[in-house]
Design a binder for this molecule. Structure first.
Ligand SMILES: NC(=O)c1ccc[n+]([C@@H]2O[C@H](COP(=O)([O-])OP(=O)(O)OC[C@H]3O[C@@H](n4cnc5c(N)ncnc54)[C@H](OP(=O)(O)O)[C@@H]3O)[C@@H](O)[C@H]2O)c1
Length: 316
């Protein structure tokens, strides 16, 4: 474990996926509040950059854990080493995640398994090694970051959909199992589309680039909601203007939903002007050059404009 020096004190928070997007924005918010931070991801370069940024905005102590959440033993060792040197964890934010685009019958098995292993089993590995310490202390807060897609089905995101339904179940189960410790809270935050690099870092079987559907949140807005859930111990938080309606349509009108979700996904969650060849993305290994705060997708308005422009270009 890489650490900054000093015998600092203050609440200690572990953030996974802390080198990019929502995890990085969350770490920066927590740093500004003066929390001690353990930042976890695979790629060391972006992790070190994230740590420097957190120190610069006020974190009294920052350590980096270059660990793959799919590796249960490595997660266990890292948490043991961290708590041995820094004392018990006060909170955990599980944000590490990857995406793959392709139908179930198109995605290579290793890619499908890699997405589920990262998003779902990786979150379980993190909880397995962090909950016992918080149970012993009688206090703690955990936020599992889920997705609107963990409540519905969408074309070409089979592995991600399955993984995020699983994260929702994991959060509910962990909340139930820890009811006997009143000071320990497990929260689930379902995010809408967020402007992060995850869409370009994704694995593709080949096809139009994915992008966050409108209304798109910034990584910092997502982080604000995550930190709020962490501080207020909110059990379930749903973000996004249209998410409630979409969930309702999926549940109450499944035939109408199934007929419309394909065309709507093509219009609002894909970029027809950018066709990507088959690529592994960051599912199997870190692609450090792609990790940063924002994805460059801009606001929902810009996304809608580029959809129309792309369609006109294709017709012209
Ligand atoms: N962006 C959206 O529209 C959106 C919407 C809803 C929910 N979410 C959820 O929000 C969370 C964060 O996503 P994001 O958009 O911020 O993605 P991102 O910008 O691509 O960041 C992903 C982070 O996870 C780390 N990571 C990936 N695989 C890992 C592994 N096996 N072990 C450890 N760390 C790993 C990455 O670093 P390394 O690759 O170097 O390890 C990176 O730090 C995810 O759970 C995602 O499902 C995102």
């Amino acid at each position: 474990m890489q650490t900054s020096s000093g015998a600092a004190r203050g609440p200690l928070v572990l953030v996974t996926g802390a080198s990019s997007g929502v995890g990085l924005a969350t770490a920066l918010r927590l740093a500004r509040q003066g929390r001690r931070l353990a930042l976890l991801a695979r790629g060391e370069g972006p992790l070190e950059r994230a740590a420097e940024q957190c120190r610069a905005v006020g974190a009294p102590w920052v350590g980096t854990l270059a660990v793959d959440v799919r590796d249960d033993a490595a997660v266990g060792n890292a948490v043991r080493e961290l708590t041995a040197s820094q004392g018990p964890l006060d909170a955990v934010v599980s944000s590490a995640g990857v995406v793959a685009y392709g139908r179930l019958d198109e995605l290579p098995a290793a890619t499908f398994d890699g997405v589920v292993a990262t998003n779902l089993l990786g979150s379980a590995n993190v909880l397995r090694h962090t909950l016992p310490g918080m149970r012993d202390a009688g206090a703690g807060a955990v936020v599992l970051i889920g997705s609107m897609i963990g409540h519905i089905a969408v074309p070409t995101m089979s592995a991600y959909t399955v993984s995020k339904w699983g994260v929702r179940a994991l959060a509910r189960q962990a909340a139930l199992e820890n009811r006997d410790v009143p000071g320990l809270h497990v929260s689930y935050v379902s995010l809408p589309g967020v402007d992060t690099p995850i869409y370009r870092q994704a694995a593709y079987v080949g096809g139009p680039a994915g992008r966050p559907p409108p209304v798109v949140w910034s990584a910092d807005k997502a982080a604000r909601v995550v930190v709020h859930a962490l501080d207020r111990s909110r059990p379930v938080v749903h973000g996004g203007a249209f998410d409630g309606v979409t969930r309702l349509g999926f549940t109450l009108l499944p035939r109408v939903y199934d007929a419309w979700v394909g065309p709507l996904f093509d219009r609002f969650a894909s970029d027809p002007s950018t066709h990507l060849p088959p690529q592994e993305g960051n599912v199997e290994r870190s692609v450090p050059g792609g990790n940063r705060l924002g994805g460059g997708h801009g606001s929902g308005l810009r996304a809608a404009f580029s959809t129309v422009a792309g369609l006109l270009r294709r017709r012209g």
